[in-house]
Design a protein around this ligand. Sequence first.
Ligand SMILES: Cc1cc2nc3c(=O)[nH]c(=O)nc-3n(C[C@H](O)[C@H](O)[C@H](O)COP(=O)(O)OP(=O)(O)OC[C@H]3O[C@@H](n4cnc5c(N)ncnc54)[C@H](O)[C@@H]3O)c2cc1C
Length: 561
Amino acid sequence: MAPRDTRHAAPRGVHRAGRPPPAMVTPSKEKHMYDYVIVGAGSAGCVLAARLSEDPGTSVCLIEAGPPDTAESIHVPVAFGKLFRTHLDWDYDTHEERFLGRRRVYLPRGRVLGGTGSINTMVYIRGNRLDFDGWGQPGWGFDDLLPYFKRSEDNERGESAYHGVGGPLAVSEGRSNNPMSAAFVEAAAQAGFALNDDFNGAEQDGFGFFQLTQRDGRRCSTSTAFLHPAADRPNLTIETDLQVHRVLIENGAAVGVTGTRLGREATFRAAREVVLCAGAYNSPQLLMLSGIGPAQLLGAFGIDVVLDQPQVGQNLQDHALVPLVFTHSQPISLTAAGSPEDVRRFLDEGRGPLTANGPEAGGFVRTSDDLPAPDVEFLAAPVMFADSGLGTPTQHAISFGPSMLTPRSRGHVTLASDDPTAKPKISHNYFAADGDLDAAVEATRIGLRIARQKALNPFREAQFEPPASESDEDLRAYVRQYTHSIFHPAGTCAMGGVVDAELRVTGIDGLRVADASVMPTLVRGNPNAPTIAIAEKAADLIRGSAPPPRTALAAADTHRP
Ligand SMILES: Cc1cc2nc3c(=O)[nH]c(=O)nc-3n(C[C@H](O)[C@H](O)[C@H](O)COP(=O)(O)OP(=O)(O)OC[C@H]3O[C@@H](n4cnc5c(N)ncnc54)[C@H](O)[C@@H]3O)c2cc1C
């Protein structure tokens, strides 16, 4: 959950004591050839580029539409809301959502090195064992993926059966410690829920504090964790500010990509493979622009059909969140962050309100005892949060709400235009399927029950925009009016549909997808860590099974700096 606005909370210059990201732009040439061309330097793409380029005999080109991740608001955790609707955000919206009163729902996505992991709220959650086992894909069960979660991880709690140390990705305790977050956890206990000190351990159920992808109180994206340390490798080329327009396909095989930077066209050829890591909205968009998708849709836009694949862009899933906001007069919410003392603590100690990630605490619950695993995740942020994190908070507040983990509703991503720079058309269809709205109503009731507990008395002077009553009818109306995305799209190039269990696009040689879009079903939790695990495994799959370089391509043309 994002703070509603933190614009004032990151005074300029507060990042100076951190490790400024190096400038990593490799000058573009007209035409290049590499072993692997990776499209999208987001959560997955940075991991994949770093892992594949560990082999000095392999050349890798990572192409990112956005700029290097130098903006201060990326690295000062509390300031991430400042990035919304800027040039670092693709700034998508859903189409009019039929079951949300035809509202359009804001969908931020990072357009910068680190991708959405450079603008997210840093909560480190893996999901439930049942999620991965339920995918039914060989090699993707929880026990298969646990070594990949651990390989990435540098958990400050140390090594254990569930956690790793020494990996690039820092996983740390929160360092903001807002009293409202502790009050929320205590209120959940007073409401009868168990406490849980590790949602990524043996049990997911219960309430507690999230671990965060932060190092020393600063954001640890896959760009800072994986890419920055690899950036000087001579066999890794990083192209920024370059938007890929389509994959080049010759004789049924992907041979490269083409795109533009400042209107100038550039082509990058891949001797071995092209890997799309452009995220759950842009990977299917790129496939469709390249002629891989539903033939009828492609035909309507005059795009030559390379492969009729109706499942591209379908199966879109997301977690919908119902916000509950309680206002009070105590000046301790994140709205107050940014004093000279806060800046000093951030710079000298990497602690205090400027390290706040938004949802510091939360919990996993079931709306029915019959369920095999939690279907709701609560996220609690010590700030006024409404309207998808846009706008300015007007009061001190605590905001928390249920994120609906197991929606049956499915949406889709299609093209709005054959112009590769146009936004894709996105419909999430929140609450279209039977049962999804009822579950959200039940989860909202649980939230209201927690809100009434004694521990939250000091922080509950009034409820901002409350439901008219707790009747089914009024709660349904409330849920429809205020639900927004918690920004976890997945499923649009799913394994078992668009790609196989080795992430290869079925029907096209030399082309894989490796990002959140390959999840057949969305995990019960925040998807950044699972996306990183997908990329870790993709690196091994590619290293183990990639075909030898195509001999038809002149070796002399291969870029090996
Ligand atoms: C506000 C917000 C808060 C969130 N909070 C959390 C959280 O606390 N914990 C959590 O686990 N998850 C969180 N998430 C979700 C999580 O960050 C994403 O699920 C994850 O980053 C997805 O990774 P990805 O690699 O699939 O896509 P991305 O990280 O989005 O990467 C895709 C990359 O591809 C680039 N790209 C796209 N198209 C092109 C093109 N045509 N040419 C070149 N480059 C292109 C993009 O610019 C981007 O860099 C949050 C998301 C948001 C928006």
